[in-house]
Write a new protein. Structure first.
Lengths: 424, 251
């Protein structure tokens, strides 16, 4: 019998394919890159966007949730913004276009468009696996981005803020960053919208952290109320490297931020902290896949969520401990404050442990504002709405304070309180 | 200043009646002590005065400066000058003590239509008040009440009272958990706030606190009612003879 499968495309899927066909002549890339793009698009055509039947997308049915796809972003002039932390070095990507004349201290910058054209970007352009819809969309459409080399022993005195400024429309960007050994510094990857037009943003950061480096990487997502943000960071953590990875979601309509982390050097340590501030009818998903691949590595993950209105949130946290990754020490926690009866948060912690001498644990809590705390603050004359905001702020501020750097803490607390003032 | 008339109140959740026809009047300038055995409704009364919504008033009236406060939430009552020093102050991680003090003072000022405090003025007020209560300012850098000892928590309550300058102070078992030195410091703090336009209600189990905060009136609360009132000698009688005689006489 002749089996025929016809996948009916949704409007969004059809629009993505049409957008690709419209751009095909302009997208940079040599033969190898073109072959990868074609394959990625073919995969998109045949399997479509993932549905809840795909385990990795069970709580974020992209096929249903992604309703429309805007046209490609125009040039429409928008400028870079003041950095979150005063004095930061700033690299801007405006409407998906980096400024290739920009300089940032001793960092070696090159153009991702150029690497696509000469084919050196081919390795790494593809999707991570068959369920990697973010990588697939980004790999199909990406045209440009900064490629950053941080030479060994560089000390960044001030944070480096790479800001992706959107004003509606589609943008697809990449950020390969190679951090040498014994580097110290802070990188802020910031996505923000400056217009109310709907945007579809896909972005992949591809980061290697060299031996003995101590890096803080902060992803701040402040997209607009109608925007779709599909973000991914791929990290390779080398021997004795210490990475503090902070993720703050404070915007967007449909958000998926994936964290794919491989701990590949002995003695490496990861601190992941996430804050999700969710309101209105938004859907936000943070998905982590963390591999402890070698012995003697550690990680802690704490995700704090505050959910208002009818917002839905998801945290999927997968920790894989490879068979020879003995003495792994990993602890994961996900704490949620539900601020309304219609708010939802789904948590899926997963531990896959193939080594026998490890310490791994996870925990999750869901609560609303502590009634006794609220009463205490009100009994001192603090009106209810203000008292609630203080308590919500306290719930997430605990995480931010771990950053210790005063300027950073202040900047992130500013992001949080600005969001709370608007939404709470 | 405070008139409680035939007050009946119950626990909102299960309907258990705790206050059963309570009458009490406290005048401006007066320090009134409320004593009574365990479970007589002393703490409940303090919560009801502060506006805690775990309790429902089913009958009667609470007049504060001649106006009913039953419809006001705790924040509104506080900004009108009602202050409850808690028996068990809660720890609130993530809320810095100084920030809390500043927000509370300024919100009350805002509610009364006064200017907000400037930071240097605020700092000076806190420093002075803390020094009087022998509170280490290092303690105020911690999150609110977090890691404070029992005595530190009580002193922090009195510090808040001194800074907020309420008209009606309610002290719920402020002596519990205090050693004699701390008790003196706290009592000095309370006495410093005594004034002709301020009334204080001191809720306590023991006569001991009343040696330091000498009351003008003493009231015995039992099963949700005031069953006897008198002057400070009543507290001494209770200390000597216990509650049994008074309860027997009232029954």
């Amino acid at each position: 019998m002749n089996m025929q499968t016809t996948t009916r495309l949704t409007a969004a899927e059809a629009a993505l394919i049409e957008a690709f066909n419209n751009q095909i002549g302009e997208l940079p890339g040599d033969g190898a890159v073109i072959a990868i793009r074609d394959r990625l698009l073919d995969d998109l055509k045949t399997s479509g966007l993932p549905t809840r039947r795909v385990e990795a997308w069970h709580y974020t049915d992209l096929k249903t949730l992604l309703r429309a796809v805007p046209a490609q972003a125009g040039d429409a002039g928008s400028d870079s913004r003041d950095p979150l932390v005063e004095g930061s070095a700033v690299l801007s990507v405006i409407q998906g276009r980096p400024d290739h004349k920009a300089r940032a201290g001793d960092l070696v910058l090159s153009s991702y468009a150029e690497q696509l054209s000469n084919g050196s970007a081919a390795n790494g352009l593809g999707a991570l696996d068959k369920d990697d819809a973010v990588g697939r969309i980004n790999g199909s459409f990406v045209r440009d981005g900064y490629v950053i080399d941080v030479p060994a022993e560089t000390v960044l005195e001030e944070p480096l803020e790479i800001q992706f400024v959107h004003a509606g429309g589609q943008t697809h960007t990449r950020l390969p960053v190679s951090i040498g050994s014994a580097v110290k510094g802070t990188v802020i990857e910031r996505h923000l919208s400056v217009a109310s037009d709907a945007a579809l943003v896909s972005h992949v950061s591809d980061v290697t952290v060299g031996e003995g480096s101590e890096v803080t990487w902060i992803i701040v997502q402040q997209q607009g109320a109608d925007d779709t943000h599909l973000g991914q960071i791929r990290i390779d953590l080398g021997a004795n490297a210490k990475l503090k990875l902070f993720v703050i979601n404070a915007g967007g309509q449909l958000v998926r931020q994936e964290l794919h982390i491989k701990v590949t050097g002995e003695g490496a340590d990861l601190t992941l902290r996430g804050i999700n501030l969710l309101g209105a009818d938004t859907h936000t998903d943070v998905t982590m896949v963390l591999g402890h691949n070698v012995p003697h590595t550690g990680s802690t993950e704490i995700i704090r969520n505050v959910v208002f209105d009818r917002a839905k949130g998801v945290f999927q946290g997968m920790i894989r401990v490879a068979p020879d990754a003995q003495k792994t020490d990993a602890k994961m926690a996900c704490n949620t404050l539900l601020m309304s009866d219609d708010a939802e948060f789904s948590v899926k912690p997963e531990l896959e442990i193939f080594a026998d001498d490890v310490q791994c644990g996870h925990g999750a809590t869901v609560a609303d504002i502590d009634h006794n705390h609220l009463y205490y603050l009100m009994a001192r004359g603090i009106p209810e709405n203000k008292a609630r905001a203080m308590l919500v702020n306290a719930f997430v501020a605990e995480i931010v304070e771990e950053l210790e750097d005063e300027a950073l803490v202040e900047a992130l607390e500013g992001v949080i309180s600005a969001w709370l003032e608007k939404h709470a | 200043m405070l008139e409680i008339k035939n007050l009946h109140a119950r626990i909102a959740e299960d309907g258990t009646e705790i206050i059963k026809g309570l009458n009490l009047t406290v005048k401006a300038g007066e320090v009134a002590a409320i004593m009574g055995p365990n479970g007589s409704g002393k703490s409940t009364l303090s919560y009801i005065l502060s506006g805690r919504d775990d309790y429902e008033v089913t009958e009667g009236e609470i007049l504060y400066n001649g106006e009913s406060i039953l419809e006001l939430d705790p924040a509104e009552r506080a900004s009108k000058g009602i202050f409850l020093a808690f028996q068990y102050p809660v720890e609130i991680p993530g809320v810095a003590t100084m920030q809390f003090l500043k927000v509370a003072m300024n919100e009350q000022r805002k509610a009364r239509g006064e200017e907000e405090l400037k930071t240097p003025d605020f700092m000076r007020l806190v420093k002075d008040a803390a020094a009087k209560l022998q509170i280490n300012t290092e303690m105020l850098k911690r999150p609110l009440n977090v890691g404070f000892s029992g005595g530190e928590k009580k002193r922090a309550e009195i510090l808040q009272m001194a800074l907020l300058e309420p008209q009606l102070c309610i002290l719920d078992e402020t002596d519990s958990g205090l050693d004699i030195d701390a008790l003196k410091i706290v009592a000095d703090g309370v006495n410093a706030l005594r004034s002709p336009d301020r009334a204080t209600i001191v809720i306590t189990h023991y006569q001991r606190l009343l040696d330091y905060i000498v009351p003008d009136t003493v009231h015995v609360l039992y099963k949700g009612q005031i069953i006897k009132s008198g002057d400070k000698t009543l507290a001494h009688d209770l200390e000597a003879n216990g509650y049994a005689d008074i309860i027997g006489a009232a029954a």
